[in-house]
Write a protein that binds this ligand. Structure first.
Ligand code: PLP
Length: 481
């Protein structure tokens, strides 16, 4: 399998070459040259693997369709090391939970539990694998890597828990000082591993992002200090996420002629893009419903064909902060497919022009209609009050507590139900991560998994810093000796 750039660069690369890279040299995102096809026979075989051997083996089977430069035994060992009940809490790794009231014949829908990893958000599903892949590949090359990132919460902690103690890797993670939930701060700042560096920046998330970009744009510095990233445009992360669409499908169905739909709380379009890949491979998915919060860049696009990047001032701070985005960094992958892989147009609409113009408009392009008709996409949005009501009603009807992001998904899923097609909502975080809103909705504290008891009281290690590129460069220099 070779990978190409969405903006038409001539290079074709192998998986391990793009594993440690961010963007393609032309600023595009990597995608496989083609999607491996799962026919009925292969789907039956994967279903047997799921039932007989479980998630790690299913992951191996799916990943090996895309990775041919890691020996099969090694890849299987990496999957088995990653997806264990010890790390993810259950044998199923991603159990499906019916939302079904007593006396009801059929579940209203299912939640797919993706949030039982070390940081209680779905990002662990991919990041834990990435940590093991990075360690493996760096050792094979005899190299080291310094991961520099910006986080508003979930990505940073998932990256740190995936990379802690890993050989050959350091993490420098910036976050906006005082803006993460107390639980998130405690999760990250209580990591005392020597290779983990938390940097609390005096500013907002965009200031963190700008610092990271400025460092990455200094090519000499980047090369000298081997700066890399783990952001959601990394193809390996997206690929790891494809697996749980298969696992969800196998749990909700018994036969291959059955379809399911997924609703996905979305921000940077990484999670739902993995669903798009699974569907392109032939997994029987009817609809992929993109759920956004008040930051509805994506919902607006799927309704109208207009993609409008939001400025800092128009980006809302919401009670589902992991979806508070101004533009969706993975979206280019889907648009490239939507445009029949027309790299020239992709380059034109996503290239440097986008940040100047601030929008592109496909409403008059005949290909736009295919987003719904051919690719199965649909969308919706929620407000803070919608999420509160949904948290309340799901708790009252089913006795299940859901977090604010998952509530966004359930709210939008309810607007897209089809009695003949099971709807699976991806549970992207556990309620304890966003306790304040749960208390606002339900008047009670969410349950806290035992391993997080008292986490706020642990000693913390964090460096405060002004939003200044020179300072973070100096910090990296100092800690790379
Ligand atoms: C990251 C995140 C999302 C958004 O996922 P994308 O892949 O960026 O679309 C949704 N919910 C939670 C809890 C997250 O951490």
């Amino acid at each position: 399998m070779r990978y190409l750039s969405t903006r038409g660069h001539a290079d074709r690369k192998q998986f391990c070459e793009i594993l440690l890279e961010g963007l393609a040299p032309d600023g595009g995102l990597y995608l496989p040259e083609s999607y491996p096809q799962i026919d009925a026979l292969a789907l039956t075989r994967l279903r047997e693997v799921w039932h007989g051997q479980g998630y790690a083996y299913l992951a191996f089977e799916v990943l090996s369709l895309y990775i041919d430069d890691i020996p099969r035994d090694d890849l299987l060992a990496l999957c088995r090391k990653t997806y264990t009940p010890e790390v993810f809490g259950t044998n199923e790794i991603v159990p499906l939970k019916p939302l079904q009231a007593s006396g009801q014949v059929q579940p209203e829908m299912f939640l797919e539990a993706l949030s039982n990893g070390p940081t209680l958000a779905f990002k662990d599903m991919a990041m834990q694998l990435l940590g093991n892949l990075f360690e493996y590949e760096l050792a094979r090359r005899g190299e080291t890597l310094n991961i520099l990132g910006a986080t508003s919460g979930d990505t940073g902690s998932a990256a740190e828990y995936a990379m802690r103690g890993k050989k050959g890797v350091r993490v420098f993670m910036t976050s906006p000082h005082g803006r993460m939930s107390p639980f998130q701060q405690a999760q990250m700042f209580s990591l005392l591993d020597e290779n983990i560096h938390n940097i609390a920046v005096d500013g907002v998330f965009d200031d963190c992002q700008d610092m990271v970009k400025a460092v990455s744009n200094d090519l000499d510095f980047k090369r000298q200090y081997k700066i890399g990233t783990v952001n959601s445009i990394n193809w390996a992360r997206l690929l790891a996420q494809v697996v749980y669409y298969f696992a969800g499908y196998f749990q909700a169905t018994t036969r291959n002629d059955q379809q399911v739909s997924f609703t996905v709380p979305s921000g940077n379009f990484g999670n739902v893009c993995a669903g798009h890949v699974a569907r392109m491979m032939g997994l029987p998915i009817q609809r992929l419903v993109v759920a956004t919060n008040e930051n509805d860049v994506l919902d607006e696009f799927f309704r109208t064909g207009l993609y409008r990047v939001r400025g800092t001032a128009d980006t809302h701070e919401t009670s589902s902060p992991s979806m508070d985005i101004s533009k969706a960094s993975n979206f280019e992958r889907f648009v490239f497919d939507l445009l029949d892989r027309d790299a020239l147009t992709t380059q034109r609409i996503f290239g440097p022009g986008l940040s100047q113009r601030g929008f592109f408009d496909l409403s008059k392009d005949p290909r736009f209609a295919k987003a719904a008709t051919v690719y199965g996409f649909d969308s919706g949005r929620s407000t803070h009050s919608d999420r509160l009501k949904t948290i309340q009603s799901v708790f009252a009807q089913y006795g299940t507590m859901i977090d604010t992001h998952t509530a966004d998904g359930v709210k939008v899923a309810r607007e897209h139900l089809d009695p003949n097609v099971p709807m699976i909502v991806l549970e992207t975080a556990l309620p304890i991560k966003f306790a304040a809103t749960i208390v606002e909705a339900l008047g009670q504290e969410p349950e806290r998994p035992a391993q997080f008891e008292g986490i706020e009281l642990l000693p913390k290690r964090v460096q405060l810093m002004a939003a200044d590129v020179a300072l973070i460069k100096a910090y990296i220099r100092q800690h790379c000796q």
